[in-house]
Each structure stands twice: as C-alpha cells, then as structure tokens.
Design a protein around this ligand. Structure first.
Ligand SMILES: [Zn+2]
Length: 62
C-alpha cells in the first residue's frame, strides 16, 4: 500500500527579499517581526498563527 503523507510540518522557508534580493531562511510561524538581515525590509509579520510572509517564498524546508 502506497500512501503519501503530506503533513504540513514544514516550519521554515527560504524567502527572497523583494528589495535587495537577499535570500534568508525564516520561521514560518514567527512570533515576532522578521526583518531582512541586509536592508531591514519586513519579511514576515506574526498573525497569531502562521506568520504573514511578505517576501517571495523560494523553498520550504522541513
Ligand atoms: Zn533586503
């Protein structure tokens, strides 16, 4: 029996800053604002659950 388990457990994702194109790994459920390490652009804002990602998501990491 082949069954795909697609549990949504990815906690981190790699995003690219829309301003300076810096790629950075952020926590998807960030509880604080996450800034770009290079230019300070806000990449994610906490919403109480999953953070609101304000940047381009390049990849999800497990
Ligand atoms: Zn930036």
């Amino acid at each position: 029996m082949v069954r795909q388990h697609r549990e949504n457990r990815s906690a981190f994702c790699r995003v690219r800053c829309p301003d300076c194109e810096n790629e950075q790994v952020i926590f998807e459920k960030a509880s604080t604002v996450v800034d770009c390490a290079v230019c300070g652009h806000v990449l994610a804002e906490p919403t109480g659950g999953k953070a609101a990602i304000k940047a381009e998501i390049k990849a999800k990491l497990q």
